[in-house]
Design a protein around this ligand. Structure first.
Ligand SMILES: NC(=O)C1=CN([C@@H]2O[C@H](COP(=O)(O)OP(=O)(O)OC[C@H]3O[C@@H](n4cnc5c(N)ncnc54)[C@H](OP(=O)(O)O)[C@@H]3O)[C@@H](O)[C@H]2O)C=CC1
Ligand SMILES: O=C(O)[C@@H]1CCC=N1
Length: 273
């Protein structure tokens, strides 16, 4: 019998499991028994090293597990939910990490079960550096919500939302955000190579610059715009570069991309309903 069952054992599930292990190690969480169900045998092999049991098929004893973490792609969620609904008990607590899918939609696939919390994590969760939005409907008790929050806090920053529809916006910012930053790093690396640096040097400089700037923004009380100004000497090199960003409406491009992510999240709910 396990305390937590991950249904889907891919990227996000293993990132959250790293947080859980960190929490157990630091004493913030009690020792927990974790099962992971994934239909791919190869994916299950990594789970033993994370201290969890990997299982190919959902079994009846899933009913004895208090917390189920649903971590399959939105496109696979309906089929998964309908296959596990028969094991659900009145006090089973569900945590969904899926983009787009509302608690109402997931409830309809779980025979009307109401104890469903949603979260929108991101992959830096695996380092305890995640940024996660959480939403719980009124049907989830304070005690149940606290239990889930204590688990998610081991993965980094958690922000509680009162309005479920804002989960789509959180997804468009911090959920997808690491991919935007990696894309920007790729551009910096390619730019460095075009300016004559070798690829390794370019990559090292690009990654350390993003990490350093992120830490500076995070550890300083100075507004980000002022930190930017501190780099930008009048008539200097940074100004020349920022003028190009502004000429091409960089901020507008970022905002349009985020709206596309938010709209796609809204669409996922309709498409998979
Ligand atoms: N990746 C990210 O950065 C983020 C992801 N999310 C959300 O997390 C969820 C999972 O994403 P991610 O971890 O990236 O996906 P992955 O594809 O890495 O993991 C999902 C795993 O579940 C397996 N699976 C699918 N259907 C079933 C089933 N019925 N029973 C058991 N296992 C099944 C998949 O197998 P197969 O590949 O064969 O289908 C796969 O191994 C998504 O809903 C996504 O929206 C949220 C925030 C960030
Ligand atoms: O791309 C996606 O749909 C998922 C949700 C947020 C990050 N990855």
């Amino acid at each position: 019998m396990s305390d937590i069952a991950f249904l889907g054992g891919g990227n996000m599930a293993s990132a959250i499991m790293n947080g859980i292990n960190r929490g157990i190690k630091s004493g913030d969480l009690p020792q927990l028994i974790v099962d992971v169900f994934d239909k791919n045998k190869d994916k299950l092999e990594i789970w033993a090293s994370l201290g969890a049991s990997g299982l190919l098929n959902v079994q009846e004893n899933l009913s004895n597990t208090k917390l189920w973490i649903l971590a399959v792609k939105p496109q696979n969620m309906r089929e998964l939910c309908e296959s596990i609904a028969k094991y659900i008990r009145e006090d089973t607590l569900i945590l969904s990490v899926a983009a787009g899918l509302s608690t109402e939609v997931i409830s309809s696939w779980l025979s009307g079960h109401k104890k469903i919390v949603r979260c929108m994590p991101n992959t830096p969760t695996s380092l305890g550096m995640g940024a996660t939005g959480i939403f719980a409907p009124k049907s989830v008790s304070e005690q149940e919500y606290s239990m889930i929050k204590s688990i998610l806090r081991t993965t980094g920053l958690t922000i509680e939302l009162q309005d479920e529809s804002l989960m789509d916006s959180v997804g468009a910012l911090s959920g997808s955000g690491p991919a935007y930053i990696f894309y920007f790093i790729e551009a910096l690396v390619e730019g460095g190579v075009e300016l004559g640096l070798d690829r390794n040097t370019s990559e090292e400089l690009a990654i350390k610059t993003v990490v350093g700037a992120g830490l500076l923004a995070s550890n300083s009380d100075t507004p980000v715009s002022k930190l930017r100004e501190n780099v930008t000497s009048k008539g200097g090199t940074t100004r020349a570069a920022l003028d190009v960003f502004e000429k091409h409406n960089f901020k507008e491009i970022v905002k349009e991309a985020m709206k596309a992510a938010r709209n796609r999240s809204e669409q996922l709910s309709k498409e998979n309903n």
